[in-house]
Design a protein around this ligand. Structure first.
Ligand code: ADE
Length: 272
């Protein structure tokens, strides 16, 4: 039996977790380089938590400059079995206005200048990303949102763009036309690396704006995002606290095998 350890990656506006008890900072060395920050360790209702602010203390790492490999690696070394990503996003749907939480279940990876695998020359592996979100974690998140009275939409595709500039109108209209739900800059390669590390992953995409496609809203600016960010952050912290209190103390095997993704992924011969 494996004890559950819940990892939380905080995005823009989420640089700490107020509900944590027995708080301590932990610096874990990684062969992949420096993570965004030391981990904040603690417990909520007895459940061990490891928190990492993705953009670093003081929001110093732009999405392209985040060391995603080191971040996932230190969370794995901290024993994290289940990982929740919290991030701000723009919306492609009228019915997903700013303030909405979307429990996304698919990703479209449009990033192009990030290290996106732990594998490569010498040790080759191809994990499945058909279903990037762990369905069990998704259900726990939905239940926590309901218990806290937080409106959360279940399912949707998150387009992960490289940034740091926002999308052009042509890009925004294309993604909308394709039927995607939200856009952000950080969930990839995070979700891919979590899968390679055999950590169950789920993402809460918190809408701050309508990007630039909406005829009755100005194109998104950082000021718009910051205006919505603080109320989203308050709700996200309540969501995490509830999730942690209600979370099973023993790690539940992932129904789609996220937690043993490498069983079927390694292609390099062991003796190579
Ligand atoms: N994060 C928040 N809003 C965004 C948007 N419109 N595009 C990309 N990332 C975002």
């Amino acid at each position: 039996m494996t004890h559950a350890v819940l990892g939380i990656i905080g995005g823009s506006g989420i640089y700490d977790l107020p509900g944590l008890e027995d708080v301590r900072e932990e610096t874990i060395q990684s062969p992949w380089g420096e993570p965004s920050a030391p981990l904040t360790r603690g417990v909520i209702g007895g459940l061990p938590i490891a928190f990492l602010p993705r953009h670093g203390k003081g929001h110093v790492f732009s999405p392209s400059d985040i060391n995603y490999r080191a971040n996932i690696d230190v969370l794995k070394r901290a024993g994290v079995t289940d990982l929740i990503s919290l991030s701000a996003c723009g919306s492609f749907k009228e019915e997903l206005p700013p303030g909405t939480f979307v429990l996304v279940d698919q990703f479209l990876d449009r990033t192009y200048r990030r290290e996106s695998s732990f594998f490569g020359k010498g040790c080759v592996a191809h994990v499945s990303m058909a279903h990037p979100v762990s369905p069990r974690l998704h259900v726990h998140l939905a239940a926590a949102a309901e218990a806290e009275g937080i409106a959360a939409v279940r399912g949707g595709t998150y387009v992960c763009m490289e940034g740091p500039q926002f999308s052009s109108l042509a890009e925004s209209l294309t993604y909308k036309e394709q039927g995607h739900s939200v856009i952000g800059m950080t969930n990839m390669p995070e979700a891919k690396l979590a899968r390679e590390a055999e950590i169950c992953y789920a993402s809460v995409a918190m809408v701050t704006d309508y990007d630039c496609w909406h005829p009755h809203h100005e194109a998104v600016t950082v000021q718009d995002i910051i205006r919505v960010l603080n109320s989203n952050a308050g709700k996200a912290k309540a969501l995490v606290a509830r999730l942690a209190r209600d979370f099973p103390r023993e790690h539940e095997p992932c129904p789609i095998g996220s937690d043993k993704a490498l069983d079927t992924a390694l292609i390099t011969a062991p003796e190579a």
